[in-house]
Design a protein around this ligand. Structure first.
Ligand code: SAM
Length: 297
């Protein structure tokens, strides 16, 4: 198992996702002889998991069942242990696309936080790219490094335990893209500029408040960044419903001409239509994503 390569069967040491429902998933590390409790009963790692095909059903000790899924960055995002606020897949998808991430790209990121975004970056840049990620909280830096090793992506990432605003990313002239998720990104954009390739690249900064966005944009402009664009990604859930619509009355096929008399009255028949309706109000502001391009220097 690796977060950047698919395996057919569960092996000792794998991190797997236990799917109990769309809103209910947990991750577990498979250990020969180990046992994990779920609300459907216990899962015994040696007899229930090791050697099982990913995607299979597992019957737990109380008779209920779960599915065992191969980990992906998306499933990790909804099941990871939170040590900080994290980025979710709607923002992550926009970031990955707008930073133009691809296999072989070199990316700088700060702060690493719980590593939710980092896993998606790693899958996009594998097998030959590299992520330099900076986190100034020592325990968070150590824990995420341990997880990268367990998820078998450690060779694709360097974790640095330092303050990005004072010490930068620890690299110069190598990055195709930079991502910032820190309280004062304007203090880190000069370091981002240094870390990026001479022929330029893409930058993104995530901030919950518009005042932070304004200060970041001022710093980006002062450093010569171009194409500044700020987006807010809001998830809008639609409810699937069956509506009953009145059957339209188009008039008779070969009925009387207009001059020959009145049209028949509309048919009372109705038509069931399967459709979706959006909510009246859409909540869900997480933050603003500001993108910019560093031109060739
Ligand atoms: C909101 S979390 C990042 C979450 C991450 N994007 C994710 O998806 O899991 C912000 C992180 O930035 C770190 N941080 C804040 N200021 C920093 C700085 N100046 N240098 C390095 N890390 C910093 C914090 O310790 C925290 O772990």
């Amino acid at each position: 198992m690796s977060f950047v390569e698919y395996s057919e069967k569960v092996q000792d040491g794998d991190v797997v996702i236990v799917y109990m429902g769309h809103e209910s998933m947990m991750q577990l590390k498979v250990q020969a002889g180990g046992q994990t409790q779920t609300r459907y009963g216990a899962i015994r790692h040696s007899s229930d998991l090791i050697g099982l095909r990913y995607g299979s059903k597992v019957t737990c000790s109380k008779g209920g069942w779960v599915r065992v899924l191969h980990p992906t960055p998306e499933l990790w995002t909804v099941s990871l242990p939170h040590r900080t606020q994290i980025l979710y897949t709607t923002d992550i998808a926009t970031i990955t696309m707008m930073l133009e991430l691809k296999p072989g790209a070199v990316v700088c990121e700060s702060g690493t936080g719980s590593g939710s975004l980092s896993h998606a970056i790693l899958r996009s840049i594998a097998p030959t790219g590299h992520l330099h990620t900076v986190e100034f909280h020592q325990q968070r830096a150590e824990k995420v490094e341990e997880e990268f090793q367990e998820h078998r992506v450690g060779h694709l990432v360097t974790v640095r335990n330092q303050d990005v605003c004072s010490d930068g990313f620890g690299v110069a002239g190598v990055a195709d893209a930079v991502f910032l998720d820190i309280p004062s990104p304007w203090d880190a954009v000069a370091h981002a500029h240094t870390a990026m390739k001479r022929h330029g690249g893409r930058l993104c900064s995530f901030s919950p408040c518009i005042e932070q966005v304004q200060k970041t944009c001022e710093s980006l402009s002062a450093l010569g960044f171009l194409d500044l664009l700020t987006l807010e990604v809001v998830l809008r859930v639609h409810t699937v419903r069956t509506l009953s619509l009145p059957m339209p009355e188009f008039g008779p096929d070969s009925g009387p001409a207009l001059s020959e008399g009145p049209f028949p009255s509309p048919s009372p028949a109705s038509l069931p239509v399967r459709t979706t309706t959006p909510p009246r109000e859409t909540a869900g502001h997480t933050g603003y994503l500001t993108f910019a391009t560093k031109p060739r220097t």
